[in-house]
Design a protein around this ligand. Structure first.
Ligand code: NCD
Length: 308
């Protein structure tokens, strides 16, 4: 029997308790292993990385994760510019072609529905590495992994999310995952012009427009950058710039957080966390980025587990 490919299109799939528990446990196992001890279940497999948008962490961690597990990783430098997309090829045609060469495709694209469209024509797994402002499921899983590891548990946490809550796909995917844990409260910190869309809100959430209002209350502070490339309206950019200091995490502000609180950021940061905060014992964003490697190893291993 030929099974359907194990795509990872959105975070809904990663909410399934058994799968989520397996992936988080497996990521922790990889984290504890010496690289020389990694198994090589992806030997003879090829995992393409097809990125139409810039990336540092996601692409390099997927690339490294695949190679650590034995796979080859064919890739095109900046797919939007250097692949046939520059000649007008549709994403469907590109996927139809590449699937003939590889066993899985890691895709990042500016369109919200890009991964769905790719999966609709793909005979190999599509792994969404960021689709527009809608979804970044693998980032949400590594964020969850980091929160669990840093805080011991997710239940009952007050999770602050600050910055561009309107366009940040990492925030949109992460809030959906966090809803499954009892007593989690989201405390959104954003100017009105970059507020969290209704569809991601719950009645128990709190929304404010400056960090100072909630800095001493949150257990986790998830900072984000302003997604300038997704904002057409110059008035919004001007409005945000005027208020930017209200959302900036300085070390003075960080020191007002609970001693047990943790600061996360999907990165890249562009000024919303000052350099001094890096030495603050609450800062965990580089550890969070490292965790991406282990979570993506677990994901790739699962996605390709039963592939012929
Ligand atoms: C994020 C993304 O691409 O959505 N980066 C990442 O994958 N770690 C966040 C961002 O670009 O702001």
């Amino acid at each position: 029997m030929i099974e359907a490919p194990r795509h990872i299109i959105d975070v809904e799939q990663l909410r399934e308790p058994e799968l989520q528990a397996h992936l988080l446990e497996r990521a922790a196992e990889f984290q504890a292993m010496a690289p020389a001890d990694y198994p090589k279940p992806l030997q003879h497999r090829q995992v393409a990385t097809l990125f139409y948008e810039p990336s540092t962490r996601t692409r390099l961690s997927f690339d490294t994760a695949a190679k650590r597990l034995g796979a080859g990783v064919p890739s095109t430098e900046n797919a939007g510019e250097f692949s046939s997309a520059a000649k007008g090829e549709t994403i469907e045609d590109t996927i139809m072609t590449i699937q003939g060469y590889v066993d899985a495709i890691v895709l990042r694209h500016k369109d919200d529905d890009s991964s769905e469209r790719a999966a609709a024509v793909a005979g190999v797994p599509i792994i969404n590495a960021g689709s527009g402002k809608a979804e970044h499921p693998t980032q949400a899983l590594l964020d969850l992994f980091t929160i669990k590891q840093e805080m011991g548990q997710v239940e009952g946490l007050k999770i602050g999310m600050a910055g561009d809550l309107a366009h940040g796909r990492t925030v949109h995917s992460l809030v959906k995952l966090l809803r499954d844990f009892d007593g989690v409260q989201i405390i959104g910190v954003a100017p009105d012009c970059l507020a969290m869309p209704e569809e991601y809100r719950q009645p128990e959430d709190v929304y404010v427009d400056r960090l100072d209002e909630v800095i001493g209350e949150v257990d986790v502070l998830y900072m984000t950058r302003t997604q300038l490339e997704r904002i057409d309206d110059e008035a919004v950019v001007a409005e945000f710039s005027k208020q930017a200091d209200n959302f900036k995490l300085t070390n003075r502000r960080a020191n007002r957080m609970k001693p047990t609180a943790r600061i996360l950021h999907p990165l890249p940061r562009v000024g919303e966390i000052t350099k001094k905060v890096d030495k603050n014992p609450r800062a965990r964003y580089f550890q969070q980025a490292h965790n991406g490697l282990f979570v993506r190893m677990a994901l790739l291993e699962w996605v390709l587990e039963d592939a012929a």
